[in-house]
Design a protein around this ligand. Structure first.
Ligand SMILES: NC(=O)C1=CN([C@@H]2O[C@H](COP(=O)(O)OP(=O)(O)OC[C@H]3O[C@@H](n4cnc5c(N)ncnc54)[C@H](OP(=O)(O)O)[C@@H]3O)[C@@H](O)[C@H]2O)C=CC1
Ligand SMILES: Nc1nc(=O)c2c([nH]1)NC[C@@H]1CN(c3ccc(C(=O)N[C@@H](CCC(=O)O)C(=O)O)cc3)C=[N+]21
Ligand SMILES: [Mg+2]
Length: 294
Protein backbone atom coordinates (compact mmCIF):
# COMPACT_ATOMS: atom_id res chain seq x y z
CA UNK A 1 0.00 0.00 0.00
CA UNK A 2 1.20 3.48 -0.69
CA UNK A 3 -0.34 6.56 0.89
CA UNK A 4 -2.41 9.13 -0.93
CA UNK A 5 -0.31 12.27 -1.26
CA UNK A 6 -2.26 15.32 -0.13
CA UNK A 7 -1.38 17.98 -2.68
CA UNK A 8 -1.06 21.25 -0.77
CA UNK A 9 -0.07 23.06 -3.93
CA UNK A 10 -3.35 22.26 -5.67
CA UNK A 11 -5.57 22.80 -2.61
CA UNK A 12 -3.84 26.09 -1.80
CA UNK A 13 -4.15 27.29 -5.40
CA UNK A 14 -7.90 26.61 -5.31
CA UNK A 15 -8.23 28.54 -2.07
CA UNK A 16 -6.19 31.46 -3.42
CA UNK A 17 -8.38 31.59 -6.52
CA UNK A 18 -11.48 31.88 -4.29
CA UNK A 19 -9.78 34.63 -2.29
CA UNK A 20 -8.87 36.48 -5.50
CA UNK A 21 -12.52 36.34 -6.65
CA UNK A 22 -13.71 37.81 -3.37
CA UNK A 23 -10.97 40.48 -3.40
CA UNK A 24 -12.10 41.49 -6.89
CA UNK A 25 -15.69 41.66 -5.69
CA UNK A 26 -15.04 43.86 -2.62
CA UNK A 27 -12.88 46.10 -4.79
CA UNK A 28 -15.68 46.43 -7.36
CA UNK A 29 -18.59 46.75 -4.94
CA UNK A 30 -16.97 48.61 -2.04
CA UNK A 31 -13.73 50.11 -3.38
CA UNK A 32 -11.89 48.13 -0.70
CA UNK A 33 -8.40 46.75 -1.37
CA UNK A 34 -7.22 44.48 1.47
CA UNK A 35 -3.65 45.23 2.59
CA UNK A 36 -1.21 43.00 4.45
CA UNK A 37 1.86 44.30 6.29
CA UNK A 38 4.67 41.89 7.16
CA UNK A 39 7.34 42.91 9.65
CA UNK A 40 10.60 40.96 9.47
CA UNK A 41 13.22 41.68 12.14
CA UNK A 42 16.70 40.32 11.47
CA UNK A 43 17.14 37.33 9.16
CA UNK A 44 15.74 34.07 10.48
CA UNK A 45 15.98 31.63 7.54
CA UNK A 46 12.62 29.91 8.28
CA UNK A 47 10.95 33.31 8.16
CA UNK A 48 12.58 34.22 4.86
CA UNK A 49 11.13 31.13 3.14
CA UNK A 50 7.76 32.38 4.26
CA UNK A 51 8.20 36.04 3.21
CA UNK A 52 9.23 35.06 -0.31
CA UNK A 53 6.06 33.18 -1.27
CA UNK A 54 3.83 35.53 0.72
CA UNK A 55 4.75 38.68 -1.22
CA UNK A 56 4.01 37.33 -4.70
CA UNK A 57 0.83 35.54 -3.64
CA UNK A 58 -0.60 38.57 -1.83
CA UNK A 59 -0.17 40.63 -4.98
CA UNK A 60 -1.47 37.85 -7.24
CA UNK A 61 -4.69 37.80 -5.18
CA UNK A 62 -5.18 41.52 -5.84
CA UNK A 63 -4.22 42.65 -2.35
CA UNK A 64 -1.58 45.18 -1.36
CA UNK A 65 1.62 43.88 0.24
CA UNK A 66 3.67 46.04 2.60
CA UNK A 67 7.03 44.82 3.84
CA UNK A 68 9.07 46.25 6.71
CA UNK A 69 12.56 44.85 7.22
CA UNK A 70 14.23 45.94 10.45
CA UNK A 71 17.77 45.20 11.66
CA UNK A 72 18.19 42.50 14.33
CA UNK A 73 19.33 45.16 16.82
CA UNK A 74 16.22 47.36 16.43
CA UNK A 75 14.99 48.70 19.78
CA UNK A 76 11.77 47.50 21.38
CA UNK A 77 10.49 51.09 21.26
CA UNK A 78 11.10 51.43 17.52
CA UNK A 79 9.40 48.11 16.81
CA UNK A 80 6.39 49.07 18.94
CA UNK A 81 6.25 52.44 17.15
CA UNK A 82 6.08 50.64 13.78
CA UNK A 83 3.26 48.39 15.02
CA UNK A 84 1.38 51.47 16.29
CA UNK A 85 1.79 53.13 12.89
CA UNK A 86 0.46 50.05 11.08
CA UNK A 87 -2.47 49.89 13.53
CA UNK A 88 -3.44 53.43 12.48
CA UNK A 89 -2.84 52.95 8.72
CA UNK A 90 -6.22 52.56 6.96
CA UNK A 91 -4.58 50.76 3.99
CA UNK A 92 -3.35 47.99 6.31
CA UNK A 93 -5.90 45.35 7.35
CA UNK A 94 -3.51 42.60 8.39
CA UNK A 95 -0.31 42.82 10.44
CA UNK A 96 2.08 39.90 10.74
CA UNK A 97 5.26 40.14 12.79
CA UNK A 98 7.51 37.26 11.81
CA UNK A 99 8.54 35.02 14.68
CA UNK A 100 10.85 34.22 16.32
CA UNK A 101 12.08 37.73 17.11
CA UNK A 102 15.79 38.18 17.78
CA UNK A 103 16.94 37.94 21.39
CA UNK A 104 16.43 41.09 23.43
CA UNK A 105 13.00 41.87 22.01
CA UNK A 106 9.88 41.16 24.07
CA UNK A 107 7.67 39.03 21.80
CA UNK A 108 4.68 39.11 24.13
CA UNK A 109 4.67 42.92 24.29
CA UNK A 110 4.91 43.20 20.50
CA UNK A 111 2.01 40.79 19.93
CA UNK A 112 -0.09 42.54 22.57
CA UNK A 113 0.49 45.84 20.72
CA UNK A 114 -1.11 44.57 17.48
CA UNK A 115 -4.71 45.69 16.95
CA UNK A 116 -6.63 42.40 17.42
CA UNK A 117 -8.79 43.29 14.39
CA UNK A 118 -5.61 43.27 12.24
CA UNK A 119 -4.02 40.24 13.93
CA UNK A 120 -4.02 37.89 10.92
CA UNK A 121 -1.69 35.49 12.77
CA UNK A 122 -4.32 34.99 15.48
CA UNK A 123 -1.69 35.39 18.20
CA UNK A 124 -3.11 38.32 20.18
CA UNK A 125 -4.61 37.09 23.48
CA UNK A 126 -8.00 38.42 22.35
CA UNK A 127 -7.98 36.06 19.38
CA UNK A 128 -6.23 33.14 21.08
CA UNK A 129 -8.70 33.38 23.98
CA UNK A 130 -11.71 33.62 21.68
CA UNK A 131 -10.51 30.54 19.77
CA UNK A 132 -9.97 28.62 23.03
CA UNK A 133 -13.47 29.62 24.14
CA UNK A 134 -14.98 28.29 20.92
CA UNK A 135 -15.94 31.79 19.74
CA UNK A 136 -15.35 33.28 16.32
CA UNK A 137 -11.78 34.59 16.00
CA UNK A 138 -8.96 35.29 13.61
CA UNK A 139 -7.15 31.93 13.92
CA UNK A 140 -3.52 31.10 13.14
CA UNK A 141 -2.92 30.32 9.47
CA UNK A 142 -0.94 27.10 9.72
CA UNK A 143 -3.54 25.32 11.90
CA UNK A 144 -6.33 26.56 9.61
CA UNK A 145 -4.45 25.08 6.67
CA UNK A 146 -3.97 21.77 8.50
CA UNK A 147 -7.73 21.46 9.04
CA UNK A 148 -8.47 22.16 5.36
CA UNK A 149 -5.92 19.53 4.27
CA UNK A 150 -7.38 16.99 6.70
CA UNK A 151 -10.88 17.68 5.41
CA UNK A 152 -9.69 17.02 1.86
CA UNK A 153 -9.39 13.40 3.06
CA UNK A 154 -12.10 13.14 5.75
CA UNK A 155 -15.38 15.02 5.38
CA UNK A 156 -15.91 14.82 9.16
CA UNK A 157 -13.30 14.55 11.93
CA UNK A 158 -15.92 13.76 14.57
CA UNK A 159 -14.73 11.15 17.07
CA UNK A 160 -11.38 10.60 15.36
CA UNK A 161 -8.27 10.20 17.52
CA UNK A 162 -5.88 13.03 16.73
CA UNK A 163 -2.40 13.63 18.13
CA UNK A 164 -0.69 17.00 17.94
CA UNK A 165 3.08 16.88 18.45
CA UNK A 166 4.13 20.36 19.64
CA UNK A 167 2.40 22.99 21.77
CA UNK A 168 3.62 26.34 20.44
CA UNK A 169 1.31 29.36 20.43
CA UNK A 170 1.73 29.59 16.66
CA UNK A 171 0.97 26.00 15.69
CA UNK A 172 0.32 23.24 18.25
CA UNK A 173 -2.02 24.96 20.72
CA UNK A 174 -4.34 26.63 18.21
CA UNK A 175 -4.42 23.43 16.14
CA UNK A 176 -5.67 21.58 19.21
CA UNK A 177 -8.49 24.12 19.59
CA UNK A 178 -9.52 23.83 15.93
CA UNK A 179 -9.53 20.02 16.19
CA UNK A 180 -11.74 20.22 19.29
CA UNK A 181 -14.12 22.44 17.34
CA UNK A 182 -14.26 19.61 14.76
CA UNK A 183 -15.17 17.16 17.57
CA UNK A 184 -11.95 15.15 17.28
CA UNK A 185 -10.48 13.51 20.41
CA UNK A 186 -7.13 15.25 20.88
CA UNK A 187 -3.88 14.21 22.53
CA UNK A 188 -1.22 16.92 22.91
CA UNK A 189 2.41 15.79 23.07
CA UNK A 190 5.57 17.85 23.65
CA UNK A 191 9.20 17.53 24.70
CA UNK A 192 8.27 16.13 28.14
CA UNK A 193 5.85 13.51 26.80
CA UNK A 194 6.71 9.84 27.32
CA UNK A 195 6.29 6.95 24.91
CA UNK A 196 5.69 9.10 21.83
CA UNK A 197 5.62 6.12 19.42
CA UNK A 198 2.83 4.47 21.45
CA UNK A 199 0.80 7.69 21.56
CA UNK A 200 1.17 8.18 17.82
CA UNK A 201 0.20 4.55 17.15
CA UNK A 202 -3.32 5.18 18.48
CA UNK A 203 -3.97 8.21 16.27
CA UNK A 204 -6.10 8.32 13.14
CA UNK A 205 -4.79 11.85 12.54
CA UNK A 206 -1.14 12.76 13.18
CA UNK A 207 0.02 16.40 13.23
CA UNK A 208 3.78 16.85 13.60
CA UNK A 209 4.90 20.37 14.58
CA UNK A 210 8.12 19.81 16.47
CA UNK A 211 10.88 21.08 14.21
CA UNK A 212 12.99 17.88 14.39
CA UNK A 213 13.79 16.50 10.96
CA UNK A 214 12.18 13.08 10.30
CA UNK A 215 11.58 12.42 14.00
CA UNK A 216 8.32 10.52 13.42
CA UNK A 217 9.19 7.12 11.95
CA UNK A 218 7.02 5.00 9.68
CA UNK A 219 6.65 2.24 12.29
CA UNK A 220 5.13 4.73 14.80
CA UNK A 221 2.08 5.14 12.60
CA UNK A 222 -1.24 3.34 12.73
CA UNK A 223 -1.76 1.78 9.28
CA UNK A 224 -4.01 4.03 7.23
CA UNK A 225 -3.48 7.12 9.41
CA UNK A 226 -3.66 10.60 7.91
CA UNK A 227 -0.34 12.40 8.45
CA UNK A 228 -0.05 16.19 8.35
CA UNK A 229 3.62 17.19 8.43
CA UNK A 230 4.04 20.77 9.59
CA UNK A 231 7.75 20.75 10.40
CA UNK A 232 10.24 22.45 8.11
CA UNK A 233 13.96 21.96 8.59
CA UNK A 234 16.56 23.15 6.10
CA UNK A 235 19.21 20.52 5.46
CA UNK A 236 22.43 21.62 3.70
CA UNK A 237 23.17 19.75 0.47
CA UNK A 238 26.56 19.00 -1.05
CA UNK A 239 26.12 21.65 -3.74
CA UNK A 240 25.81 24.35 -1.06
CA UNK A 241 22.04 24.70 -1.50
CA UNK A 242 19.51 23.49 1.07
CA UNK A 243 16.57 21.12 0.93
CA UNK A 244 13.50 21.20 3.16
CA UNK A 245 12.65 18.21 5.33
CA UNK A 246 9.56 17.61 7.46
CA UNK A 247 9.13 16.15 10.96
CA UNK A 248 8.05 12.81 9.47
CA UNK A 249 10.28 10.24 7.76
CA UNK A 250 8.38 10.63 4.50
CA UNK A 251 9.57 7.59 2.56
CA UNK A 252 8.88 5.28 5.53
CA UNK A 253 5.49 6.85 6.19
CA UNK A 254 4.41 6.44 2.55
CA UNK A 255 4.25 2.68 3.07
CA UNK A 256 2.08 2.85 6.22
CA UNK A 257 -0.06 6.00 6.17
CA UNK A 258 -3.38 6.30 4.36
CA UNK A 259 -2.64 9.87 3.33
CA UNK A 260 0.28 12.25 3.90
CA UNK A 261 1.36 15.80 3.15
CA UNK A 262 4.75 16.33 1.47
CA UNK A 263 7.36 18.91 2.54
CA UNK A 264 7.60 21.17 0.63
CA UNK A 265 4.24 21.26 -1.15
CA UNK A 266 1.98 20.56 1.82
CA UNK A 267 1.18 22.64 4.89
CA UNK A 268 3.49 25.54 3.97
CA UNK A 269 1.44 26.27 0.85
CA UNK A 270 -1.73 26.36 2.92
CA UNK A 271 -0.23 28.70 5.51
CA UNK A 272 0.26 31.41 2.90
CA UNK A 273 -3.18 30.83 1.35
CA UNK A 274 -4.84 31.05 4.77
CA UNK A 275 -2.96 34.27 5.47
CA UNK A 276 -4.70 35.72 2.42
CA UNK A 277 -8.04 34.42 3.73
CA UNK A 278 -7.46 36.05 7.12
CA UNK A 279 -6.43 39.36 5.52
CA UNK A 280 -9.60 39.39 3.39
CA UNK A 281 -11.73 38.55 6.45
CA UNK A 282 -10.04 41.24 8.55
CA UNK A 283 -10.50 43.86 5.81
CA UNK A 284 -14.23 43.08 5.48
CA UNK A 285 -14.74 43.13 9.27
CA UNK A 286 -12.87 46.43 9.68
CA UNK A 287 -14.89 47.97 6.83
CA UNK A 288 -18.15 46.77 8.40
CA UNK A 289 -18.96 44.53 5.41
CA UNK A 290 -20.61 41.12 5.60
CA UNK A 291 -18.31 38.13 5.90
CA UNK A 292 -16.68 37.17 2.57
CA UNK A 293 -17.63 33.87 0.93
CA UNK A 294 -14.24 32.35 1.80
N1 LIG B 1 4.59 24.67 7.33
C1 LIG B 1 4.35 25.84 7.92
O1 LIG B 1 3.57 26.64 7.42
C2 LIG B 1 4.98 26.16 9.20
C3 LIG B 1 5.96 25.35 9.68
N2 LIG B 1 6.54 25.56 10.88
C4 LIG B 1 7.54 24.60 11.32
O2 LIG B 1 6.91 23.74 12.26
C5 LIG B 1 7.84 23.34 13.26
C6 LIG B 1 7.34 23.75 14.62
O3 LIG B 1 7.21 25.16 14.66
P1 LIG B 1 6.84 25.92 16.03
O4 LIG B 1 5.61 25.35 16.59
O5 LIG B 1 6.93 27.34 15.75
O6 LIG B 1 8.12 25.45 16.91
P2 LIG B 1 8.49 25.67 18.43
O7 LIG B 1 9.93 25.45 18.52
O8 LIG B 1 7.89 26.93 18.93
O9 LIG B 1 7.72 24.46 19.16
C7 LIG B 1 8.17 23.13 19.02
C8 LIG B 1 7.31 22.22 19.89
O10 LIG B 1 7.79 20.90 19.72
C9 LIG B 1 8.03 20.31 20.99
N3 LIG B 1 9.16 19.40 20.91
C10 LIG B 1 10.46 19.70 20.74
N4 LIG B 1 11.22 18.59 20.70
C11 LIG B 1 10.36 17.56 20.88
C12 LIG B 1 10.53 16.15 20.96
N5 LIG B 1 11.74 15.59 20.83
N6 LIG B 1 9.43 15.39 21.14
C13 LIG B 1 8.22 15.95 21.25
N7 LIG B 1 8.00 17.27 21.18
C14 LIG B 1 9.06 18.07 21.00
C15 LIG B 1 8.30 21.45 21.94
O11 LIG B 1 8.00 21.03 23.25
P3 LIG B 1 8.11 22.02 24.54
O12 LIG B 1 6.88 22.87 24.48
O13 LIG B 1 8.12 21.09 25.69
O14 LIG B 1 9.37 22.80 24.37
C16 LIG B 1 7.38 22.53 21.38
O15 LIG B 1 6.10 22.43 21.94
C17 LIG B 1 9.15 23.98 12.84
O16 LIG B 1 9.87 23.07 12.03
C18 LIG B 1 8.72 25.17 12.00
O17 LIG B 1 9.71 25.56 11.08
C19 LIG B 1 6.11 26.58 11.70
C20 LIG B 1 5.13 27.45 11.29
C21 LIG B 1 4.51 27.32 9.98
N1 LIG C 1 4.33 35.33 12.87
C1 LIG C 1 4.64 34.24 12.14
N2 LIG C 1 3.66 33.55 11.53
C2 LIG C 1 3.96 32.44 10.78
O1 LIG C 1 3.05 31.79 10.24
C3 LIG C 1 5.34 32.05 10.64
C4 LIG C 1 6.30 32.83 11.30
N3 LIG C 1 5.93 33.89 12.05
N4 LIG C 1 7.62 32.51 11.21
C5 LIG C 1 8.07 31.43 10.37
C6 LIG C 1 7.05 30.33 10.24
C7 LIG C 1 7.30 29.42 9.07
N5 LIG C 1 6.20 29.63 8.17
C8 LIG C 1 6.13 29.14 6.87
C9 LIG C 1 5.04 29.35 6.06
C10 LIG C 1 5.01 28.92 4.76
C11 LIG C 1 6.07 28.24 4.21
C12 LIG C 1 6.03 27.80 2.79
O2 LIG C 1 5.52 28.47 1.91
N6 LIG C 1 6.58 26.61 2.50
C13 LIG C 1 6.70 26.07 1.16
C14 LIG C 1 8.16 25.95 0.79
C15 LIG C 1 8.61 26.99 -0.16
C16 LIG C 1 10.03 26.69 -0.60
O3 LIG C 1 10.23 25.65 -1.24
O4 LIG C 1 10.91 27.49 -0.29
C17 LIG C 1 6.16 24.64 1.17
O5 LIG C 1 6.21 24.01 2.25
O6 LIG C 1 5.75 24.16 0.14
C18 LIG C 1 7.17 28.01 4.99
C19 LIG C 1 7.19 28.45 6.32
C20 LIG C 1 5.33 30.54 8.72
N7 LIG C 1 5.75 30.97 9.89
MG1 LIG D 1 9.15 28.54 14.93
Amino acid sequence: MTAEIIDGKVIAAELRARVADEVARVKREHNLVPGLAVVLVGNDPASEVYVRSKRTQTQAAGMTSFEHKLPADVSQADLLALVAKLNRDPAVHGILVQLPLPKGLNTEAVINAIDPAKDVDGLHPNNAGRLAGGFEALSPCTPLGCIILTKSVHASLEGMNAIVLGRSNLVGRPLVQLLLNENATVTIAHSRSRDLPDLVKRADLVYAAVGKAEMVRGDWLKPGATVIDIGITRIPKEDGKTRLVGDVAYQEALGVAGAITPVPGGVGQMTVACLLVNTLRAACAIAGLPKPAV
